[in-house]
Design a protein around this ligand. Structure first.
Ligand code: ATP
Ligand code: MG
Ligand code: FE
Length: 341
């Protein structure tokens, strides 16, 4: 079958057409970096307006590229959360309208499920279960992906996400937004041992991540005026690598390895983080899988693919499905932490 995917939960508007045979017929993406750059981060109201302006032409462009019309599409998958609610509503309402107009089933996709299943779009040999590090601007989680709709969250961040820490470090160092790629670039010429920085929760019995203390330490290191930006960037990146490694080792120790270790989310673009994950997988007899970079950051092909997997499993959603600003993939784990779901 052919699935149209729509994504608008953060600062990327995207539309894609993907088949259940893993063929990517078209994928279109419109970023909003220029709109948000003056503010050093994503402004929700600006994001929602930008999504609303571009989403219909983007879907049309995807259909043109694939040489298809809506009639050829078997189902419409739209991100229904979690994310910035204004943007999510733009994409979901568009998906609902198209589903209604073309009389096609709607699939409301959890954005995190899109990230979680995206490695299977790129790698046909990736079977369930696998251990997933999902590290993006808004999330930092370790999940055991057991099947479509079956996700066990083993760890999450108690404060900032890893990508958020990269973005804040970039901002502090005056590199601009988004900080991740810029911090990585200048870290190449820096000394990772130059600036002593903490490794929050390293060695802790608690399984979770924490990056807020690391960020504060970066602020102090910068304000001290004693360190070069490259050294702060390199030291910060190394601290992040160490934290991610320690928490993954804890998860593997507590829950056992899986055949595959998989990474998804924008932070997966980071070279040293990928290298650490590759080594960690080898150390524990796991195979390492990372989707291509464009599939790691927000895109609609992953939403279309999650839609294809859900469609094949027989899941579709009613047209009155409500957009969700918060939507944990594993509600039990969220409740166990005492957080509202
Ligand atoms: P969500 O959490 O809702 O998925 P998002 O849109 O922020 O939100 P992604 O598009 O998957 O998520 O990832 C963007 C994040 O990845 C940003 O925080 C960015 O700084 C980070 N990132 C991108 N490239 C790199 C890199 N080379 N090194 C480190 N971080 C990176
Ligand atoms: Mg983004
Ligand atoms: Fe994302």
């Amino acid at each position: 079958s052919i699935i149209l995917g729509i994504e608008s939960s953060c600062d990327e508007t995207a539309a894609a057409l993907v088949t259940s045979d893993r063929e990517i017929l078209a994928h279109k993406l419109a970023g909003q970096e220029a709109e948000h750059a003056p503010f050093g981060g994503v402004v929700p109201e600006i994001a929602a307006r930008a999504h609303a302006e571009i989403i219909t032409p983007l879907i049309e462009a995807a259909l043109v590229e694939a040489e298809l019309t809506l009639d050829h599409v078997d189902a419409i998958a739209a991100t229904a959360g979690p994310g910035l609610i204004g943007g999510v509503m733009v994409g979901l309402v568009t998906g609902k309208a198209l589903a209604m107009a073309a009389d096609k089933p709607l699939i409301a996709v959890n954005h995190l499920e899109g990230h979680a299943l995206s490695p299977r779009l790129a790698n046909p040999d990736l079977e369930f279960p696998y251990l997933l590090l999902l590290a993006s601007g808004g999330h930092c989680q370790i999940l055991r992906v057991e099947g479509v709709g079956h996700y066990r969250r083993l760890a999450t961040t108690i404060d900032d996400a890893a990508g958020e820490a990269f973005d804040k470090t970039g901002k502090i160092l005056g590199l601009g937004y988004p900080g991740g790629p810029k911090v990585e670039a200048i870290a190449k010429t820096g000394d990772a041992d130059a600036v002593p920085l903490p490794r929050p929760l390293k060695g802790s019995k608690d399984p979770h991540f924490s990056f807020a203390g690391l960020k504060s330490a970066v602020v102090r290191a910068h304000q001290s005026g004693e360190h070069k930006a490259e050294d702060i960037a390199a030291s910060f990146q190394q601290a992040t690598v160490d934290c991610l490694k320690d928490r993954l080792e804890k998860a593997i120790g507590d829950h056992g390895p899986a055949p595959h270790l998989v990474v998804a989310g924008g932070v997966a673009a980071n070279g040293p983080i990928r290298a650490m994950l590759e080594q960690l997988a080898a150390d524990h007899g796991m195979q390492f899988t990372a989707p291509p970079l464009w599939l790691c950051t927000d895109n609609a092909a992953m939403i279309a693919w999650a839609g294809a997997e859900r469609f094949a499993a027989g899941f579709t959603d009613p047209l009155d499905f409500v957009a969700r600003p918060r939507w944990p993939l594993d509600p039990d784990a969220e409740k166990a932490r005492g957080a509202g779901v």
